[in-house]
Design a protein around this ligand. Sequence first.
Ligand SMILES: [Zn+2]
Length: 308
Amino acid sequence: MNSRRTTAAALLLAAIMLVSAACGDAGSKTQADSAAGTSSPPASSNTGSTDAGADATKSKPSDTPAASTNGQDQADATPGGLKQTAQSGTKSGAKQNASSSGKTGDVQVVANPADIAVLVNKTYKLPENYKPQDLVDPNVPFTFKEKLEKRKMRKEAAAALEKLFEAAKKDNLPLAGVSAYRSHETQKTVYNRYVQKDGEAAANKYSAKPGHSEHETGLAIDVAGSSGKCAAQDCFGATKEAKWLAEHAADYGFIIRYPEGKESITGYQYEPWHLRYVGVDTAKAIVKQGVTLEEYVKNAVPVAKPKS
Ligand SMILES: [Zn+2]
């Protein structure tokens, strides 16, 4: 076990050095992402990077924990919620406990993939063939010029994003999109590449498995200031843009999906750049309660609570 641990640690470290973690999304390694089909600009790790949706972040030690929490997170995350029934029959339970042990334990397929408040994380995955039906190109600047898949978002989210960006611009903090939608195929490509490179265990620490990335819902987007500086990197958290977003995103229906200090619940380290659209009412409630989407969904299920 020790040696195993050591190896794992080494792999992890390597992964972290490469880039690190990510939004559950995808992977975080910048390159890959880009490679993945989405070509991205010079994926150089620094700016603009990635799509990774990654949110590739620079490694913070927290990554690890977060990542490793897998199970735990999930457990917490149990959404029982909003009709998040798992295909497997588990009707949303309030306690769909996803095994607290392991990474892949008890993965559930969400029954409401098209729901605006759908919960997708290390425990809850999208159905294999799911593809959002109303993807459009939001009319906002991105850190790249090409017309790529990663510009897309679901219609409602795209409209909200336009308003959000407009408001930020008005406050003299123009924003740019870095990476939004990622297809299941793209995610698969990215993930498989990591597995091949670092092995599955290591890959799971920094890359979301296909079906588990929020970017596949068309409701998430990584953003940066219009200069692209600190895109999908930890340093973004210290920017005025990040502060502005933390304060105003909910007014437009977005939440900072992976808040600081909530790694054990979300499964991911702090990602100030990863916005998730959930609708204005939900976003405001989440902010007001100071909770994560996982916690919110779990608490907001008065209806299907199997708890006797
Ligand atoms: Zn992201």
